[in-house]
Design a protein around this ligand. Structure first.
Ligand code: G6P
Length: 617
């Protein structure tokens, strides 16, 4: 997704802007650009299609220099990736970078064209540049001009704006797309996420929706929008320290961030458990002061998420219903937000999001909050980014402590979400009268989960070999039953995201209702076979595949009784209890997708067309 960096400093800010863009590459983008005020009245910009490296190459032959600048990585929504569509967009003396979507851009464009403005791009952003330019003539001041311009915008935006005639100042605005202010020794900065600015600061102000910020080299003032008074007033936003390590320190010995993050899972899951397990139960008070009451009042759960987080939610439904006896409905956020959802009294809205900034998930939260009190008891988020919008707008948040995830295809964020969800299921069980014996057994097993995940990683070399064979296929089917069904979905998602092989997942029991028609020797079938009450049923489903000449790759418990045979490869996964099997079986599927993608020479960390954090609808 698009990334913003802006800076106002006491020295040339181009290196800071370029470093910030490189740090934002993980979000996914297709072009990059920068604009600097080189001297009062002299605004210069450079834009390139492709990677930030292409922009850097161009700047090495035609350098820009200045104390005030904005920069951007663009993920195309309106208009194809091209130099003209890349940001910053310029109108007269101002330059603008924008994340989000301006929904009323057609109407605004007509209005601006009628007034004589000429458009040079197909983007929605260009209307923002011209609007601000127009307002600048009326107000004479950039802050007032941005304020008047954003009042006309519908949709979502984070903006960074500079004025060539008044360097030394950057204006930022936030409405529905994230924006932070970095507080540095040598200047002030804007970034669409803190990672962009870690080379210059670890202190941030998290802007809220409706905020405008005016940053200079020595300070910044935030102006919030007072709905009731219908005017702006200065606001206090407390600086927060960024607590994670700087992920840009590199991939260490790993070829890709994704592989590094796959290998980080034992430690990440240990961090997610840290301080939350007592001797034989989950420490609910570690979830936060209101957790006991909120979870105790919960009668049913609406769990809402997107992408990989949605798959974590689907697994959690099995756990929450079986362990706590609480009905749990799981839905993708883009559907939930537009549906006339029936939420009976006592509904807990549970949102899951790695980034905490996914537009659809946030909208679902806001949709539910608008009706809080009547039906919803409250909103709980499970999230990896402290200070994110989702965390700030929820009653309670359970952080996953995965650390920054750079690979677009989510790995450790997923397994730490599952860990947090298992803790939540057990907490609900404790509060809703489930017997303590099973709780204690699972708490004990959770302590060994990081070791178990470490054992699963030892399959890496075997899976890398299998992946060579796999990489020649064009389609794949993934099968699972029970809580392994969503893991099959996640395995299929990983494979298609990074290797571009078409992959579908089915509940194994559904095979005979359609997908069986696809089975032949060119359609490999990946199946998950842990020790659970459905193993025998699954074995029958696998026979259905074999009888049609299908090629099976089965990840199985060593005691499953499944053995390699003609057309069937069996990989033994470390033995584990059925409740934790979804976590353990995830790792071989991640490794499979990874090695297949490497064999096909795709861009593993930044797959085509995808974005890490989807902050638009
Ligand atoms: C994007 C990412 C996925 C992620 C999804 C939801 O599509 O590429 O990896 O699962 O967004 O993101 P969230 O931050 O809400 O978990």
């Amino acid at each position: 997704m698009c990334g913003i960096v802006a800076a106002v400093g006491s020295d040339d800010v181009l290196p800071i802007l370029l470093d910030g863009l490189k740090r934002l590459e993980y979000r996914g983008y297709d072009s990059a650009g920068v604009a600097l005020v080189e001297a009062p009245g002299r605004l210069r910009r450079a834009r390139e299609v492709g990677k930030v490296a292409a922009l850097e190459r161009r700047l090495s032959t035609a350098p820009l220099k200045g104390l005030t600048g904005v920069a951007h990585t663009r993920w195309a929504t309106h208009g194809q990736p091209s130099q003209d569509n890349a940001h910053p967009h310029v109108s007269g003396r101002i330059a603008v970078v924008h994340n989000g979507i301006i929904e009323n851009h057609h109407a605004l464009k007509r209005e601006l064209i009628a007034e004589g403005y000429t458009f040079t791009s197909d983007t929605d952003t260009e209307v923002v540049a011209h609007l601000i330019e127009r307002e600048l003539h009326r107000h004479g001041d950039l802050l007032g001009a941005v304020d008047a311009a954003v009042a006309r915008l519908e949709g979502a935006y984070a903006l960074g704006v500079i004025d060539a005639d008044r360097p030394g100042r950057v204006i930022g605005a936030r409405h529905g797309s994230p924006l932070v202010v970095g507080i540095g020794e040598e200047g002030y900065y804007l970034g669409s996420d803190p990672l962009a600015l870690l080379s210059v600061t670890d202190r941030f102000l998290y802007l809220e929706d409706g905020d405008l910020v005016e940053a200079t080299r020595t300070g910044c003032v935030v102006h919030e929008w007072d709905e009731r008074g219908g005017k702006r007033s200065p606001a206090v936003r407390e600086p927060m320290r960024y607590e994670h390590d700087d992920p840009s320190v590199g991939k260490d010995e790993f070829a890709h961030y994704m592989l590094k993050e796959i290998y980080e899972q034992p430690v990440a899951v240990a961090n997610a458990l840290e301080g939350r397990l007592g001797s034989d139960q989950v420490l609910i008070e570690a979830f936060g002061p209101r957790a006991g009451q909120l979870l105790g009042d919960t009668r049913q759960i609406h769990l809402v998420a997107c992408g990989t987080s949605y798959h974590a939610g689907l697994v959690a439904r099995y756990w929450i219903e079986e362990l706590a006896g609480i009905p749990c409905q799981v839905e993708v956020a883009s559907e939930y937000r537009y549906r006339d959802v029936v939420a009976p009294p006592g509904t807990l809205l549970l949102t899951l999001s790695q980034s905490g900034e996914t537009a659809d998930t946030l909208a679902a939260l806001r949709h539910a909050r608008a009706r809080q009190g009547q039906t919803y008891v409250g909103a709980l988020s499970i999230c990896n980014v402290p200070g994110s919008s989702l965390v700030r707008e929820s009653d309670l948040s359970l952080m996953t402590h995965a650390g920054p995830e750079i690979g677009v295809a989510s790995t450790k964020a997923f397994t730490t979400q599952l860990t947090a969800l298992m803790l939540l299921a057990l907490a609900l069980r404790q509060l809703h009268g489930g017997d303590g014996e099973l709780t204690a057994r699972l708490v004990h097993r959770l302590r060994y989960l990081p070791t178990l995940l470490g054992d699963a990683l030892k399959l890496d070399a075997d899976i890398a070999r299998l992946a060579q064979r796999f990489s020649g296929y064009r389609h794949t089917l993934f099968l699972g039953r029970g809580a392994q069904m969503p893991i099959a979905q996640e395995g299929a998602l990983k494979l298609k995201e990074i290797s571009y092989i078409h992959a579908e997942a089915y509940a194994a029991g559904e095979l005979k209702h359609g997908p069986l028609a696809l089975i032949d020797a060119s359609m490999p079938v990946v199946a998950l076979a842990p020790m659970d009450g459905l193993l025998d049923k699954l074995k029958s489903n696998l026979q259905e595949v074999r009888a049609r000449g299908g090629r099976l790759l089965v990840f199985a418990d060593p005691e499953s009784g499944l053995e390699a045979a003609d057309g069937m490869t069996v990989v033994n996964v470390p033995a584990c209890c059925r409740f934790l099997a979804p976590l353990v079986y995830t790792l071989p599927l991640q490794l499979l997708a990874y090695h297949v993608a490497v064999a096909r020479s795709t861009d593993v960390d930044q797959p085509r067309n995808l974005a890490k954090s989807v902050t638009v609808e």
